[in-house]
Design a protein around this ligand. Structure first.
Ligand code: EPU
Length: 423
C-alpha cells in the first residue's frame, strides 16, 4: 500500500516522454503465446499490470525476462492452457488468453471475470464471437472450459458494440483459424492496429485493423517476432492535463498526436494553447479553464480512460460542464472523492454535471482505480494544502514512475508507505 502526498499550487513546466501503451503491451504478451520461440518487446513500461500479465503467461508456460524497457518472452511448444481465478481477478485482461489458447491448444480453462468498479463488464461478445469460430463453452465452478473440437474455422462476426477486448480475442482466434474471419463493427483503437502489426510480423495475415472491418486469413503456424509498442496516449493525455490544470506548460514527447485528436480538441476548447509536432504535444494551461461538454465514445471519440482526468480539470473551470459516459455503466466512484476536495460534481444517470468552483482544498482521498487515481492526483496539484491519495498502488498499475515524473515537472509530490496498522 502506498500513499502520495501532494502539496498543490505549483505550475508544472517541462518535458516528459511516454513509453509504450499499457493497453497494447498487455495484448502483445498474450500474442507471444501464439508462436513458440523467443519474442522481444521494446518500449515496455515497468508498471504493475505488465508484471501481472507476465505472471499470467508464466503460468501458461512462457518465460519473461525484463531488462530495462525490453522484455524477452520465451514461449515453449507445449502450453498449460489455463488462467486461474487469482490471476484473472488481479488482471481482468487475462481473459484475452482465451482466444490465443483456443488457437494454439484447441482448449482453454479461464476463470470468468466478474464485474468490477466500472459495472458488470460482461464478456458475452467475446464468447459469441469465439463460438461463431467453432468454440464451445461450459461454465463449471466459475471457470470457463473452452474447446474447439473441430478446430477453429473462419466466420463472419458482427459485434454489437466495438469492444476492444472482443475484437482482440477474435483476432487471436482468427489468425490461426481455417479460412477467412471477418469482424465487422470492430474496435478501431490504435492499440488494435498495433496488435495486428505485431501479429503480422509473426506471420498473421490481417487486413483493415484500425477500421471497422477486419479481415483475417488464417495461417497454420506463427513465428516469434520483435515489436515496439505504440506510445501510451492515456499517459500522454494525463501529463497534458497536469500542465493544463496547473496553468503550466508541459510538452509530451514520443507520442502520436493523432491518437489524441478529440482529447486535444476539448483541451483547446477549455482555453489551453495546444501545439503539436510529429511526435510531441505541448499544452499551455490558461489562468482558468472554461467549461466544455463531451461524451465518451469508442475511438476516435473521446476516450473513457481520459474522462476522470478531464473532470478534474473542469472541476475548477468557469461555468458548468456536462460529460456523458457512454462506455461504462458505473465509472463514477471518483466523483465522491473529487467532491471531498471541494469540487461540485453530481450525477444524473450517465451524465456528470460539473459546476466549476474557484478552488479545491486538499484532504485524504482514495484512488479507486487507475484513472480515478490519476484524476485525484491532478486535482491535488491545484488544491490548496496537502492532498493524500491512499491506495496509490492503483495508479502504479498504469503509470510508470508517475510521482517521479510529476516531480521532474516541478510538482510537490511525495510517496510514502503508511505505518503498519494505520487505516
Ligand atoms: N462489453 C460488453 N460485452 C463484451 C465486451 C464488452 O458488454 O463482451 C462492454 C463492457 O462492459 C464495457 C464496454 O463494452 O462497458 C467496453 O468494453 P471493451 O471490451 O471495449 O473494453 P475492454 O477491452 O474490457 C479496454 C481497456 C480499458 C478501456 C476500454 C475501453 C485494456 C486492458 N483495457 O477494456 O482500459 O477503458 O478498453 O477503451 O485494454 C484502463 O486502462 O484504465 C482501462 C480500463
Amino acid at each position: 500500500m502506498h500513499e502520495l502526498v501532494i502539496t498543490g499550487g505549483r505550475p508544472l513546466r517541462g518535458e516528459v516522454a511516454v513509453l509504450g501503451a499499457k493497453n497494447a503491451i498487455l495484448k502483445h504478451f498474450v500474442a507471444a503465446l501464439m508462436a513458440p520461440g523467443r519474442h522481444r518487446l521494446d518500449n515496455v513500461p515497468d508498471i504493475v499490470d505488465v508484471r501481472l500479465m507476465g505472471e499470467v503467461i508464466a503460468h501458461i508456460g512462457a518465460k519473461c525476462r525484463f531488462v530495462g524497457s525490453t522484455v524477452e518472452i520465451d514461449v515453449p511448444e507445449d502450453l498449460l492452457p489455463e488462467a486461474p481465478i487469482d490471476l484473472v481477478r488481479r488482471m481482468r485482461a487475462s481473459i484475452l488468453v482465451l482466444g490465443a489458447l483456443l488457437a494454439r491448444c484447441g482448449e482453454a480453462r479461464v476463470a470468468l471475470p466478474g464485474g468490477d468498479d466500472f459495472g458488470s463488464r460482461p464478456i458475452d461478445m467475446h464468447l459469441d464471437g469465439l463460438q461463431a469460430l467453432g468454440a464451445e463453452f461450459d461454465l463449471v465452478h466459475g471457470e470457463l472450459i473452452a474447446r474447439a473440437p473441430g478446430g477453429l474455422r473462419g466466420a463472419e462476426v458482427p459485434l454489437d458494440f466495438p469492444s476492444v477486448g472482443a475484437t482482440e480475442n477474435l483476432l487471436f482466434a482468427g489468425v490461426m483459424a481455417a479460412g477467412t474471419t471477418v469482424i465487422s463493427n470492430a474496435a478501431r483503437e490504435p492499440e488494435i492496429q498495433d496488435l495486428a502489426e505485431f501479429l503480422g510480423k509473426m506471420g498473421a495475415v490481417i487486413r483493415g485493423a484500425g477500421t471497422s472491418t477486419i479481415e483475417i486469413e488464417g495461417v497454420g503456424r506463427l513465428s516469434p517476432a520483435s515489436h515496439r509498442a505504440v506510445p501510451d496516449r492515456l499517459e500522454a493525455g494525463t501529463y497534458l492535463v497536469a500542465g493544463a490544470i496547473t496553468g503550466g506548460d508541459v510538452t509530451v514527447r514520443d507520442c502520436v498526436p493523432e491518437h489524441l485528436r478529440m482529447e486535444l480538441r476539448k483541451l483547446g476548447e477549455t482555453g489551453c494553447e495546444v501545439t503539436v509536432g510529429k511526435d510531441w504535444i505541448r499544452v499551455q494551461g490558461p489562468p482558468r479553464p472554461r467549461a466544455v461538454d463531451f461524451a465518451t465514445l469508442p475511438y476516435p471519440g473521446f476516450h473513457t480512460d481520459m474522462h476522470p482526468q478531464m473532470v478534474a480539470l473542469l472541476a475548477v473551470a468557469s461555468g458548468t460542464s456536462v460529460i456523458t459516459e457512454n462506455i461504462y455503466a458505473a465509472r463514477f466512484r471518483y466523483v465522491g472523492e473529487l467532491n471531498r476536495l471541494g469540487a461540485d460534481v453530481s450525477l444524473e444517470g450517465q451524465h456528470v454535471i460539473v459546476r466549476g468552483v474557484d478552488g479545491l482544498s486538499g484532504c485524504p482521498v482514495d484512488a479507486c482505480d487507475i484513472r480515478a487515481g490519476a484524476a485525484l492526483v491532478l486535482a491535488g496539484l491545484i488544491a490548496e494544502g496537502a492532498t493524500t491519495i491512499t491506495a496509490a498502488q492503483h495508479i502504479d498499475r498504469g503509470y510508470s514512475g508517475f510521482d517521479q515524473r510529476l516531480r521532474d515537472l516541478g510538482a510537490d509530490v511525495v510517496r510514502r508507505s503508511p505505518a503498519p496498522g494505520s487505516t
